[in-house]
Design a protein around this ligand. Structure first.
Ligand SMILES: [Zn+2]
Ligand SMILES: [Zn+2]
Length: 361
């Protein structure tokens, strides 16, 4: 017999939710589970608005379930810990990113790559939680999570500017490390200067790499070079400049989540270099094979990172003074923020000040 949802989830919670594909969020009362032995409960302070929140909202990937409480770039402060929690105590600052569960036994889990676990549970709008209930993210007053999936927040890292690192940061840091693009002497291209792209530039520069930003918007040139420290800037429509830069890059991080041609970008790679896709276009991209064969080039994908690496990334960011450039907003601005995000009208990430502005209606 089905157990009562209220009995399983006795703790009242409040957030903002989408009810359908209309794209509008509104106040939402729900409940969360009691604090389990290995759980910690925390008050949400800041939550970043990730570009993928838009895709979930509009059901672009065909898997959205409503009501939908977004948010997977969450920073908070611990308010309660279960009896077997070892890593955290009340009052600790914590970060929770895109993952809140995995099988903990498969090869990837054993290698601290929970992000590739076939049974991973994402923070919102994914497969149901172990207890069969929908998962609700950080556009909410508090969360409860197994301590394995929470990360100690480094003291030096700002809470608001640091929040987006939990998705945008690890999504770019992990492939730079994994594909050997994390050292001086390599020349990296970053395609798209948005939420992901701007932190990709910051991490690549902190690793000592040379960075070229490739964008469709010439208006971003000055920021890319002066603020984020990129070494050069290419407008992808400028065929002459693209031709002049052919064969110069050891790796490209492509952060664009719209369908776009990759042939001109592949030509920027040196032979044996790597093209890494981080955006998730709703339709397949056309893959030109000849340039891959003739230059032994690699096309790969990468998705966020494991918990251990996310912790390493946050500490690296704290050490090197890396944060996302953010516009901090109150929760009741969220619908406008989402509209603006859809038009790429943000430099470079919205972060909701949940702690100070979310009040139960
Ligand atoms: Zn995200
Ligand atoms: Zn697993």
């Amino acid at each position: 017999m089905a157990k009562s949802y209220e009995k399983e989830h006795p703790v009242k919670a409040f957030g903002w939710a989408a009810r359908d594909t209309s794209g509008v969020l509104s106040p939402f009362h729900f409940s969360r589970r009691a604090t389990g032995e290995k759980d910690l409960r925390f008050k949400v302070l800041y939550t970043g608005i990730c570009h993928s929140d838009l895709h979930h909202l509009k059901n672009d990937w065909g898997s959205s379930k409503y009501p939908l409480v977004h948010g997977h770039e969450i920073v908070g402060v611990v308010t309660e810990v279960g009896s077997k929690v070892q890593k955290f105590k009340v009052g600790d600052k914590v970060g929770v990113g895109c993952l809140i569960g995995s099988c903990r036994t498969c090869e990837d889990c054993a290698d601290d790559l929970e992000n590739y676990c076939p049974k991973k549970i994402i923070t919102y709008d994914g497969p149901r939680y172990y207890d069969g209930t929908l998962t609700f993210g950080g556009y909410s007053d508090h969360m409860v999570v197994d301590e394995h999936f929470a990360i100690h927040w480094p003291e030096k890292l700002p809470l608001d500017g640091g929040a987006p690192l939990l998705c945008a940061g690890i999504t770019t840091y992990s492939p730079l490390k994994h594909f050997g693009l994390d050292k001086p002497g390599v020349h990296i291209g970053v395609v798209g200067l948005g939420g992901l792209g701007h932190v990709a530039v910051k991490f690549a520069k902190a690793f000592g790499a040379k960075v070229t930003v490739i964008s469709t918007s010439p208006s971003k040139k000055e920021e890319a070079l002066k603020e984020f420290g990129a070494d050069s800037f290419l407008v992808s429509r400028d065929a002459e400049a693209m031709q002049a830069a052919a064969g110069t890059l050891h790796g490209i991080l492509d952060t664009v989540s719209a369908v776009h041609p990759i042939l001109p970008l592949l030509s920027l790679l040196k032979n044996h270099a790597k093209y890494i896709l981080l955006g998730a276009p709703g339709k397949p991209l056309e893959l030109p094979v000849f340039p891959l064969l003739l230059g032994r080039k690699i096309v790969a994908g990468s998705a966020i990172g494991g918990i251990k690496e996310t912790e390493e990334m946050l500490n690296f960011a704290a050490e090197h003074g890396i944060t996302a450039d953010v516009e901090v907003i109150p929760i009741d601005y969220v619908n406008t923020a989402i509209e603006r995000l859809a038009k790429n009208d943000v430099r470079y990430r919205f972060v909701i000040d949940v702690g100070n502005t979310l009040k139960a209606a």
